[in-house]
Design a protein. Sequence first.
Length: 332
Amino acid sequence: MKTDQETPFVRVEGLKTWFPIRKGVFRKTVGHVRAVDGVDFAIKKGTTLALVGESGCGKTTVGKTILRLIEPTGGSIHFDGADITSLSSEALLPLRRRMQLVFQDPASSLDPRMLVRDAIGEGIKSFKIATDSEAVTARVAEYMKLVQLDPDQMWRYPHEFSGGQRQRICIARALAVEPEFIVFDESISALDVSIQAQILNLLNDLQERFGLTYLFITHDLSVVRYLADNVAVMYVGQLVEEGTTEDIFESPQHPYTRALLKSIPSMNPKERSARVEAIGDVPSPSAPPPGCRFAARCPQVFDRCHNEQPELYPLPRRLSRCFLAEKELTST
C-alpha cells in the first residue's frame, strides 16, 4: 500500500512536559521545570527531522515524551494517524515494536554482562519475532551484517568492541524488531569525526532501504546538513524556527538559529562575519522570562521582545518565533 506522503507519520501539537519542583518535609510542589513548553512539529514518513539546540533546551525530553517513556503534561502525540497521548501501557505495547530509541552512549545502554547476541536478540524474543534459539541467532546475524559487523562477533561482550562498533550494535538492536520510527538521541556525538561519517552513511542507507522515519536529536549542526530533510531549532523548551535543511542553513531567520550556525567551523571569512553571536546566559526553564525567551541574549532585541511572547510566524517555507518575522509578513 502506497503511503500518503502529505500525511505526517509523527505529529506533536502543543506538547508540554513539565517536571515538578518539590521542597519541604511534605515535598510540596512549589514550581515546575518547563522542559518542553508547547512544541509543534510533524515528520513525514521516510524522512528525517533534526531537532537541534544547546544542551538543556529540552530536545531529549521531546524524544522520550513522543515515545511515551516520559508522560506528557499537555498537548497531543499522533503516530501513524493514531492519538497515542493517553494510551495505557497495555495499549501502547503493540506500538513499542514500531518505535525505537538509540541512546547517546552505547557503553551505558548495553548490559556489560550480556553477550551481543543476547543484547540484540532481547527484543526479538520479547516481541516473539522469533522464539527458538537458532532462529534468534540467525536473525541477530542478519542484522549484524546490515550494520556492517561480523556476525561471528555476536558471542563477545560489549567491552570488546570500539565505540563506533558498540553504536552499530545499538542500531542493530533497534532494527531487529523491524521499527518504522527511530529516535536518535545524540547518537554519534561521542564518536570520532571519521566514525561519525560512517554511521551517518549507514543511517542514510538503512533509511533508503527500509523507508524508516527518523527524529535525529543533536546539538551539532555540522552533521545535520548531511542527514536531515528538515530542521527544528529548540530554545528553552520551545521551537524558535523550523524549515527545510537547505533554508535553515542558507537563510536562517531567527537570531538564535544564526547564533547556532556560528558554532559550525568555516574557512570562509565572509560566512563567519555574517553570523550572529548570542550574548549572556540561557534563562532557566523553571523561570522563563515573560517575553521572548531569547530576548536577553539577542543582539537584535527591541522593547516589545521583553514583554510579549512571539508566535511561530509562517514565513515562506518555514516558521520563525520572532517579531522580525512578523514585521516581514506585515510588510509584504
